[in-house]
Write a protein that binds this ligand. Structure first.
Ligand SMILES: Cc1ncc(COP(=O)(O)O)c(C=O)c1O
Length: 388
């Protein structure tokens, strides 16, 4: 038997997934596994009913946190990738035209490449050198020809750039298009009110800034948005004799046995973020700024994205003139016990936009569990790695 995996001294990969999880989340998952073992919606005995209630509560807590007026419009999905697939493939049809920013993660880029092969016209609007998609450029495209949707991430998983979703949504709606958002890097790190943002669909992860377990995410669909289901199957709650999925939400989009431990864990995480969020975001911003400025002080490093002082989610990616990103990540892990991610971060469109497609970057994702010591350790380590 191999020994236990050593835990990092400084975990700085919250952009990939948050770790550790708040104790409340761990406790909720354990409770779901031990006490809520019935199949929610599939039985009238006490343990199945309790599981249904716990899922109902978790949905309501997440909806309150994200500004969704009717929690039935907030769907549990296996992750942001699944949510993006449903919001894109369920809405776009061959012959439609879609305008999308060039910083998208593969969770959006690959479904769109797939849809393009089926006859959807995909118009990519280039972001600027800081990763920002200029709403004027999007407007020019939606004015040029009718578009079914504008698609944009809320924040970049490469540069941390926060996109102007409210402006993009106004432009989309003025021209009769939908606003579809990948919020994987937004939820938890930004104060989000989906209704006020004007998004017609907003997909997000449960396991990143939301601090929930892996394997669960959320998709908001506006009440009047009729997306085609991508998965059909059992839904519980009666009506099993029908060959079709029920029209009601959330059942229509949640076929199959629910991920009760994941959903209940996410509900506890949303409650934690609701209580701690403002203080947590202030600390994350402070640590991110220190990391950003500290890296800029080390000779040969260039930080991607907006300059210090411009709002960003807590992600700092950098390239060095001489030392490649993979070598830096390897040394950070093996010599210093620092977890950070090198490479293309599942975002080749973004790396192409920023000019790092050939070299990749070293990415630090700051989160709720980080301290000043973690940041100072990372800065000392980077200095030593590139000096040796
Ligand atoms: C911007 C962005 N979109 C989508 C995803 C995919 O999220 P999930 O892992 O929840 O499927 C990620 C994950 O890194 C991301 O950063």
């Amino acid at each position: 038997m191999p020994g236990p995996t050593p835990r990092p001294v400084a975990y700085l990969d919250h952009g990939a997934t948050s770790w550790p999880k708040p104790q409340q989340v761990v406790d909720a998952v354990v409770r779901a596994l031990t006490d809520l073992g019935g199949n929610p919606g599939r039985g009238a005995y006490a343990m199945a009913l309790d599981a249904s209630r716990a899922i109902f509560e978790a949905r309501r807590t997440c909806a309150e946190l994200l500004g969704v007026p009717d929690s039935r419009d907030l769907l549990f999905q296996p992750g942001c990738t699944a949510g993006c697939n449903l919001m894109l493939k369920g809405v776009l049809k061959p012959g439609d035209r879609v305008v999308v920013g060039s910083m998208e993660h593969n969770a959006v880029a690959r479904p769109l490449e797939h849809l393009a092969r089926l006859g959807v016209e995909v118009v990519v609007v280039n972001a600027d050198s800081t990763g920002l998609v200029d709403p004027d450029d999007v407007e020019r495209q939606v004015r040029a020809a009718p578009a079914r949707a504008v698609v944009c991430q809320h924040a970049s998983n490469l540069t941390g750039t926060v996109q102007l979703i409210g402006d993009l949504a106004d432009i989309a709606h003025e021209h009769g298009a939908l606003m579809l958002v990948d919020g994987a890097q937004g939820a938890g790190h930004l104060d989000i009110d989906i209704s006020a943002l004007g998004a017609d669909a907003y997909a997000t992860s449960g396991h990143k800034g939301m601090l929930g377990p892996q394997g669960v995410g959320l998709l908001y669909l506006a009440p009047d948005l009729d997306a085609q289901t991508q998965i059909e199957g059992g839904t519980g709650g009666g009506g099993s004799e029908s060959p079709d999925m029920p029209p009601e939400r959330p059942d229509r989009y949640e076929a199959g046995t629910a991920n009760t431990p994941g959903v209940v864990g996410l509900g506890a995480a949303a409650a934690f973020v609701a209580a701690e969020g403002p203080e947590q975001r202030r600390r994350e911003a402070e640590l991110t700024r220190r990391l950003h400025e500290g890296i800029l002080e080390i000779e040969g490093f260039h930080v991607l994205g907006p300059p210090p002082g411009v709002p960003r989610v807590p992600i700092v990616s950098a390239v060095h003139d001489r030392v490649d990103a993979d070598r830096i990540a390897f040394a950070l892990d093996r010599t210093y016990g620092i977890a950070a991610r090198a490479g293309l971060h599942c975002a080749p469109w973004a790396h192409r936009t920023i000019g790092t497609i050939d070299c990749g970057a070293i990415r630090f994702g700051v989160g709720w569990s980080n301290s000043e010591e973690h940041v100072e350790l990372a800065l000392r380590a980077l200095q030593e790695i590139v000096s040796s």
